[in-house]
Design a protein around this ligand. Structure first.
Ligand code: FAD
Length: 392
């Protein structure tokens, strides 16, 4: 957890209502679907652990599930313990079998009112956004959506939630002064995944929900799986090759796809090329697209505008290709190549293809020949290389 980027200026002094002063502890809502805990919940446990340690309080997971989930639900709690939770609140009920806003909102509201946490974090997923908004409303508290940083104000223990504002050109830090819990959502891959501690255990606190099916308006008639569910997900890709407007024309986007294919990478894009219809909308990286955290991010013909940067600066190694040596992306890329994408992308594709072909011919025991996040990857590029220049 880093210091907030934006200093908090002239924060109003507010004496919390005596009842709210009793709220203690940091909670993370453990989202799960079809037997799997969503990775964003594990990332939030890592962040929640730091907040809880700063505050000197416990970190709790919240698991809500149908009664028939049985041992599976306890398995989610065990996963939460291994990723840093000290305890888990487990609520199981017949009405919690499939996610529906109404029973989940009631359930989470009951848990918060009973056990009174000071901070409640949820993933900014489709489910998390839906649940966070309605729970904040029923609890009459503040919610900061899509945070990029979370920190604790040492003066008064309040949560400092930082997020982009004014179209991403500014970062603002939001504080919930008068209400508890302080709620925040964070998108997948914004926070780093913590190291699990296998076998780490914790307490399970079970709590029931007095709500009958007859009292719920929405009904789940059928579950229809997304037929694209097996396609790889951009936020979790290890290697991404992304293209921007510098590619010049839609046909040139094939150069990005070719390099991605050779590297076994996913394809990403900046917003203008998505808007121009060169590539599918779910490939967009950035503030209004996906947040990614790959080991290697190759940006071809992308200027590095702040709205793109916030979605990919968590990559271990950023390689930028741009014909303008003063392009903003060179300020935060680890390696830069100054040149025309139409020349460099095919050259890289061929070089990697030959290297990988040679590698597999030699049948090396090392499956990945690329120095992905190796030495030097954490230093930003001091000066981009020109194509006709020998590296030092
Ligand atoms: P440009 O800014 O046009 O940059 C093209 C780059 O290619 C330039 O640096 C140029 O030097 C280089 N170039 C040109 N020709 C060549 C060549 N032949 N070889 C090599 N390099 C070349 N943008 C996103 O990407 N994602 C978002 O999620 C997003 N959300 C936004 C949300 C809001 C509210 C707003 C206002 C904007 C958002 N944007 C987003 C848009 C963002 O501000 C930028 O306009 C966008 O990122 C620029 O895309 P680009 O780098 O592809 O294009």
């Amino acid at each position: 957890m880093s210091e907030p980027t934006t200093p908090v200026k002239k924060k109003r002094k507010v004496v919390l209502d005596e009842r709210l002063q009793a709220y203690r502890g940091v909670w993370v809502y453990i989202e799960h679907e079809r037997g799997r805990v969503h990775p964003v919940s594990l990332e939030l446990l890592g962040e929640g652990r730091k907040l809880a340690d700063t505050l000197g309080v416990e970190l709790a997971g919240v698991v809500m599930a149908g009664v028939d989930a049985g041992a599976e639900a306890r398995g989610y709690c065990q996963t939460a313990f291994e990723y840093g939770a000290d305890l888990c609140y487990l609520m199981q009920s017949d009405v919690l079998g499939e996610y529906r806003n109404e029973p989940y909102t009631q359930g989470l509201t009951v848990l918060v009112n009973t056990y009174q946490p000071e901070i409640l974090l949820l993933g900014a997923t489709t489910l998390g956004r839906d649940l966070a908004g309605s729970v904040a409303t029923t609890l009459n508290t503040g919610l900061t959506a899509d945070c990029t940083e979370l920190a604790i104000d040492p003066d008064d223990r309040s949560l400092l939630s930082t997020r982009p504002t004014f179209g991403g050109s500014l970062l603002c830090t939001i504080v919930t002064l008068n209400y508890r819990p302080q709620m925040a959502t964070v998108r997948p891959r914004v926070m780093a995944m913590p190291e699990p501690q296998p076998g780490r255990s914790g307490r399970i606190v079970e709590h029931g929900l007095a709500l009958a099916e007859a009292d719920i308006v929405t009904k789940v008639l059928e579950f229809i799986a997304d037929d694209r569910r097996d396609t790889p997900q951009l936020p979790f890709a290890d290697i991404i090759v992304a293209g921007g407007r510098g590619l010049g024309k839609p046909e040139n986007f094939q150069l990005v796809r070719d390099l991605a294919k050779v590297l076994g990478a996913e394809v990403g894009a900046s917003r203008p090329v998505v808007q121009a219809g060169w590539v599918e909308a779910d490939r967009q990286v950035g503030q209004s697209g996906k947040t990614v955290r790959p080991k290697l991010y190759i940006a071809a013909g992308i200027s590095g505008a702040i709205q793109h940067r916030v979605g990919m600066e968590g990559a271990d190694c950023i390689v930028a290709i741009n014909n303008d040596p003063d392009a903003p992306i060179f300020e935060f890329a680890h390696f830069g190549i100054v040149g025309d994408v139409a020349t460099i992308l095919p050259a890289l594709t061929e070089a990697f293809w030959m290297k990988l072909a040679r590698h597999s011919a030699e049948n090396s025991p090392h499956p990945n020949p690329l120095p992905l996040a190796g030495e030097g990857a954490n230093e930003r590029c001091a000066r981009p290389l020109r194509l006709d220049e020998e590296p030092a």
